[in-house]
Design a binder for this molecule. Structure first.
Ligand code: 5GP
Ligand code: MN
Length: 345
């Protein structure tokens, strides 16, 4: 097995270290609809920077799923949707801004201009292809399965590993576990497992955290998932594809909370012949498209080609400003043009 540890550029490490030499005001920002990796990476680095004597703020454009409320510092996250002034202040007043788990500034939505115009020294830490943002330092490693793993390796390379405590370990583990579907896809990197071993030595209670992530749902969420799989799931075996839809009405019926459909898009992939799964989620102003595949079918290319979205080979998404019905129509045409074949298995 090839070694998979990142070989960072020493010059870039030195630049970052010199930025962190004296106490600074630092803001960490993740992407819209934060997932476990976005939230975990921003909180982990924030906790570590505080230990180094810095003052930090963590900003996300929209709410994170309440099931991640166990992560230390999550209660102090500035959610721009509810606290726009605080979010803008945190960006404008920062000496350093870390952009975590996203590759282009449009992923912070309403904060895009504020972030682009902020005077801070900007550092991107991310694992998506083709970073496009104008930053001072960019640690972009798309081979890494999670920003949290990349962050662990960066902390190691900077010589700050001794500062990783139980809370930081929990944040890092959460991102690694969620971005790989519980180590079931995009999870071949051996460094994932040596890192978990190290995190266990830092006090990580792995089974407890897995339970917080996967066994803390509401009964409504279980019923919503069952309803959608029973009523709103269509298989297109000729295209090796499945589509699940969720309307605003479905959401009201089951008192939908953010995060309630987390992971649902993966369910159809349990069928042997289904290689591509799509979840369409109707929101107030747009339709959220979530795409997953197994094997070599590149859902990020599909997202880019038809919806101007992006992501990874097996997990991608987009926001589409058409209704659920219209988006479904576009999608049905799109899967005729681009869909997996047996070779993608
Ligand atoms: P999810 O389906 O969980 O929302 O997103 C899966 C992955 O797709 C994310 O980790 C992210 O990389 C990517 N993604 C989701 N939505 C968008 C989007 O609107 N634009 C881009 N560029 N990528 C997205
Ligand atoms: Mn990620």
């Amino acid at each position: 097995m090839e070694p998979t540890a990142i070989k960072f550029n020493q010059e870039e490490l030195n630049q970052l270290k010199s930025q962190l030499q004296s106490p600074k005001q630092i803001t960490l920002i993740g992407h819209v609809s934060p997932d476990g990796d976005s939230l975990g990476s921003t909180l982990a680095l924030s906790l570590l920077l505080k230990k180094l004597g810095h003052t930090t703020s963590v900003v996300h454009p929209t709410d994170y799923p309440p099931s991640f409320g166990f992560l230390k510092g999550s209660d102090e996250v500035i959610v721009a949707k509810h606290q726009p002034e605080e979010a803008i202040k945190a960006l404008q007043g920062a000496e350093i801004i870390f952009l975590m788990d996203f590759n282009e500034v449009k992923r912070v939505e309403q904060l895009e201009n504020t972030l682009a115009n902020a005077n801070a020294f900007k550092v991107m830490i991310d694992h998506h292809l083709h970073p496009t943002s104008d930053v001072d330092l960019c640690f972009s490693y798309p081979v890494k399965p999670a920003t949290c793993l990349l962050l662990y390796e960066l902390i190691e390379a900077l010589g700050y590993k001794e500062y990783i405590d139980q809370s930081i370990a929990e944040c890092l583990y959460t991102g690694m576990a969620t971005d790989t579907g519980g180590f079931s896809y995009n999870s071949q990197d051996p460094k994932l497992y040596t890192t978990i071993s190290e995190l266990l030595n830092c006090g990580l209670e792995k089974d407890k955290i897995s339970s917080y992530i996967n066994r803390s749902y509401t009964i409504d969420k279980i019923r919503l998932s069952a309803y959608l799989l029973d009523n709103n799931l269509t298989f297109y075996p000729q295209y090796h594809t499945a589509i699940i839809t969720m309307s605003q009405q479905d959401k009201r019926k089951f008192d939908y909370q953010i995060g309630d459909t987390e992971g649902l898009v993966n369910e159809p992939l349990a069928a042997k012949e289904i290689l591509f799964s799509i979840f369409l989620h109707e929101q107030a102003k747009y339709t959220k498209v979530s795409l997953r595949s197994k094997g070599s079918f590149p859902v990020n290319q599909f997202a880019k080609k038809f919806f101007n979205g992006g992501g990874h080979l097996n997990a991608a998404g987009a926001e589409v400003y058409t209704s659920l019905q219209e988006t479904t129509k576009i999608l049905l045409e799109a899967i005729k043009i681009m869909h997996p074949s047996h070779e993608d298995e």
